[in-house]
Design a protein around this ligand. Structure first.
Ligand SMILES: C[S@@+](CC[C@H](N)C(=O)[O-])C[C@H]1O[C@@H](n2cnc3c(N)ncnc32)[C@H](O)[C@@H]1O
Length: 289
């Protein structure tokens, strides 16, 4: 895979970067027909087998009763009120040339759930921050609305570092970013005036979590968006036990047709806890603590 171009060198781009997912109706239908038959013929039987091998119940109705055409629609299942000054924050992002890679329905539902946790004492952690736009938006809205909270962004910033046999659709190096991405994020944080509340942790989760474990961290909000089984399981093991009562977690990939590995990891971690993620928007899900 070739080196991605630095954000600093790129010409002005639209606020919503739709290159990472099927954005138009044609693309969605095409994708649904590409993935749908294979999902039922191959992926689902394999997934059920994986669930059994991990000691999980095979009756996962959320994965069994999937309509591939519906999966690619912009469906919002739960959207609480957006934080004040959200529109203003988007304008500032546009002005500063910061692109948002997450689809709008998912982003706005996530922000709504995050806003509901604003009274909980604890930080925001994003395991799989990629370009950092989602986390920066949370940090900006937190600052403008007086939420006392640090924002932790974790990523290799070099793309997906590991895939397992549970992740047939995922490839090494997917979501790879320009080599100077951390410098770009730091510069963007300064431009937004949020550098005092953002921490960027570049590296594998398996390297970062032991360092963070030495601190007495608690989270009001956990955002897990790593797509693959091993990373998602690591993120659940580190972050979820540190969520304070009243806090929440959003799993960006829980209902993704191509992310059954991430779903397996979340279900494996939550097995026996009586907790089950609820549908949020498109493929994302949330959990309250
Ligand atoms: C879909 S992207 C995240 C998108 C981002 N949350 C957003 O809102 O735009 C998934 C990211 O997870 C990261 N990732 C996956 N496994 C990881 C691991 N074990 N350690 C560090 N980063 C990881 C990848 O590098 C990739 O950037």
């Amino acid at each position: 895979m070739g080196e991605a171009t630095s954000t600093l060198e790129r010409p002005a781009a639209p606020l919503w970067n739709q290159s990472g997912f099927a954005a138009t109706w044609d693309q969605k239908v095409k994708r649904a027909f590409e993935i749908g038959p294979k999902y039922y013929a191959l992926d689902l039987p394999r997934y059920i087998w994986h669930r059994l091998s991990l000691g999980l119940s095979p009756w996962d109705w959320g994965a069994l009763l999937v309509n591939p055409l519906r999966e690619f629609r912009r469906v919002v299942y739960y959207r609480p009120g957006l934080p004040p000054r959200y529109g203003e924050a988007l304008k500032l992002f546009e002005e500063k040339g910061i692109q948002i890679g997450m689809p709008r329905p998912r982003l706005e539902s996530l922000l709504g759930v995050w806003w509901e946790t604003r009274g909980v004492a604890g930080d925001y952690i994003e395991c799989g921050a990629c370009s950092g736009a989602t986390a920066m938006l949370v940090a900006l809205l937190g600052k403008w609305n007086g939420v006392v909270q640090r924002t932790l962004m974790l990523d290799t910033f070099e793309g997906t570092p590991i895939v397992s046999r549970y992740d047939p659709y995922r490839t090494l190096g997917e979501y790879r970013l320009p080599a100077d991405q951390v410098a770009v994020i730091e510069q963007q944080c300064r431009a937004l005036g949020i550098d005092d509340r953002v921490e960027v942790h570049k590296g594998l989760f398996s390297e970062t979590f032991p360092r963070l474990a030495a601190r007495d961290l608690h989270f009001a909000f956990v955002h897990i968006d790593a797509n693959v089984y091993p990373s998602t399981l690591e993120a659940c093991r580190f972050a979820l036990p540190r969520v304070r009562p009243g806090g929440a977690a959003v799993f960006d990939d829980y209902n993704g047709l191509c992310d059954l590995g991430a779903r397996l990891a979340i279900d494996e971690f939550l097995a026996g806890s009586g907790k089950r993620p609820q549908r949020l928007a498109e493929c994302s899900a949330y959990l309250r603590f």
